[in-house]
Design a protein around this ligand. Structure first.
Ligand SMILES: Cc1cc2nc3c(=O)[nH]c(=O)nc-3n(C[C@H](O)[C@H](O)[C@H](O)COP(=O)(O)OP(=O)(O)OC[C@H]3O[C@@H](n4cnc5c(N)ncnc54)[C@H](O)[C@@H]3O)c2cc1C
Length: 496
């Protein structure tokens, strides 16, 4: 093995100065600077991109975090906030001369009020831990990303995360009432409040989904809702994906808002079934999972209505969960789709884009054609109800050129999403992964407005820089590249 290269002297001296300043602010076990200690933080869930940080700070208190940010601001050290590192777009990827601030040690539930139906939690509390704590009061926190066993509430806030139940209950944005955060200058800012509406500009909505670029979250107050007494799920099989896609539109058009409406194509079903044994129909070209929850009478009536719509829309078979165990089994396949991809292929690239529901069938056909163009297989799972696609592009990074092709395949999917009136991300954020695609989605004026908001919170651009919002220069270069490649049509023109 090669010996690690010695850092250039200037960087080394600067590193020592920064570490000396930070050592005075944190207990020794809260600051990591040796390579073997910082290695676990070199990437998030987008493992294709890695970078060791200058150091990792793990503050235990809000006061430590404030002092840390003040010092970094004075020394002009960039910061990357980090939760559990499950993000899939590189949002928590370190910067070589920056500090990763992990909030993993701030993981206490501070208050749970069953009467107000709220929980006030520290940033490092796991999503699922909130529902587990609320279960004693028959309450739960609705947004349920498939990573909920590991991902943190601050990560959810930063990404405006969704999950299978967000069609009915809303995204993180709709379930968070208040965020307390520390600005890059080390000052406390509180956004939102205890009531449905808060006076002043709605900065909470601006902050949620801002990918760690506006402040570091130290507390989140979430809304809890009563656990429905009953939930049942229909598993519907379709002989072709187009009919399945159209059935999604039919369910919504019938005025039904299912608690969850998820679709998996044949490749996904066959990938998941041997792994999870969820009881899926492996002969189907696509399956839909369609959930109803509420009072028993409501559920029975809705299940009946949804079954009728699905059969009318062309379902070849339907099965309805007869027990809570069976419902969980049906969902287990969908929730394990990403890990199951690892059994089929050494590497996979999970895309995230959103399209208008009525264009689902057409986009699926487009993706199938791209499999031929790029010579790679793609399994499709989606939050079909809200039009959020998760194509899983399978490749082998050890085969020359395959990663490149996977990336180009992904870019083509995003371009198609924009072309049909959708967006380049549904819930995984922009991070580093989709920063160029932002230039295809937004006009120069729109990107300039995003930069203006960033500047208002972080004038020195030290908080998670070069993520989520492209510079105008970058967009100009992207536009030129696209024009040469002949696909400039995806770049919206100013004023378009
Ligand atoms: C198997 C798998 C399934 C997934 N399923 C879903 C899904 O169904 N729905 C979904 O929406 N996502 C899903 N994700 C993506 C990911 O889990 C979410 O984006 C999650 O919210 C990230 O949380 P985290 O704690 O891991 O954050 P990280 O990955 O650590 O960070 C994510 C972003 O949050 C910022 N951040 C973290 N902590 C703070 C803080 N204290 N203050 C300010 N900014 C902060 C980071 O800078 C970064 O930009 C999945 C990921 C995996 C690996």
């Amino acid at each position: 093995m090669n010996a690690p290269l010695a850092p250039p002297p200037l960087l080394h001296a600067r590193k020592q100065a920064i570490l000396a300043a930070l050592r005075g602010l944190l207990p020794p076990h809260c600051l990591l600077s040796e390579q073997e200690d910082t290695r676990p933080y070199e990437c998030d869930g987008l493992t294709a991109y890695r970078q060791l940080p200058l150091a990792v700070a793990l503050p235990e208190t809000e006061a430590q975090l404030m002092a840390l940010l003040k010092a970094c601001s004075a020394l002009r050290v960039p910061i990357v906030p980090r939760g559990a590192g499950t993000g899939l777009s590189g949002g928590a990827m370190p910067i070589a001369d920056g500090i990763v601030i992990s909030t993993a040690k701030m993981s206490r539930i501070l208050a749970l009020d069953p009467l107000a139906r709220t929980a006030r939690v520290q940033p490092g509390v796991r999503n699922l831990a909130i529902s587990e704590a609320a279960a004693a009061h028959a309450l739960y926190y609705a947004p349920d990303p498939s990573s909920q066993i590991a991902c943190t509430i601050a990560g959810n806030v930063a990404e405006n995360s969704g999950g299978v139940h967000c069609l009915k209950y809303g995204l993180t944005l709709h379930n968070v009432m208040r965020v307390r955060m520390v600005s890059m200058d080390g000052e406390i800012i509180e956004l939102g409040g205890a009531a449905l509406d808060a006076p002043g500009l709605d900065l909470l909505a601006v902050f949620i989904g801002s990918e760690g670029m506006l402040g570091v979250v130290t507390e989140v107050t979430v809304r809890l809702i009563p656990k429905p007494p009953l939930a049942r799920v229909i598993m519907a099989s379709f002989d072709d994906v187009i009919t399945g896609g159209d059935a999604v539109a039919e369910v919504i058009a019938a005025g039904i808002i299912p608690a969850g409406l998820e679709m998996m194509d044949r490749t996904s079903v066959r990938m998941v079934e041997p792994f999870v044994k969820a009881g899926y129909d492996t002969n189907a070209a696509a399956i839909l999972l369609c959930e109803s929850d509420g009072m028993p009478e409501e559920v029975e009536e809705e299940i009946e209505r949804m079954s009728e719509v699905l059969l009318r829309a062309g379902a070849s078979a339907i099965a309805v969960s007869g027990s809570e165990a069976e419902r969980m089994r049906f969902w287990s396949g969908r929730k394990n789709a990403f890990p199951a991809a690892g059994r089929l292929s050494p590497d996979y690239y999970c895309m995230d884009g959103t399209i208008p529901r009525k264009r689902l069938a057409e986009v699926l056909q487009g993706i199938a054609a791209m499999e031929q163009t790029y010579g790679l297989r793609c399994a499709n799972v989606f939050h079909a109800g809200d039009g959020n696609l998760h194509p899983l592009i399978m490749f082998d990074a050890n085969q020359p050129g395959e990663f490149d092709r996977a990336e180009r395949f992904g870019e083509a999917i995003l371009a198609l999403c924009v072309e049909v009136g959708g967006t380049i991300t549904g819930e995984h954020g922009v991070g580093i992964e989709k920063i160029d695609a932002m230039c295809g989605q937004f006009t120069v004026n729109e990107v300039a407005a995003f930069i203006g908001v960033k500047r208002a919170f972080d004038g020195a651009f030290l908080l998670n820089p070069n993520k989520a919002i492209p510079t105008l220069d970058r967009c100009a270069a992207y536009g030129k590249r696209q024009a040469r490649g002949g696909v400039f049509k995806f770049v919206k023109q100013v004023g378009a």
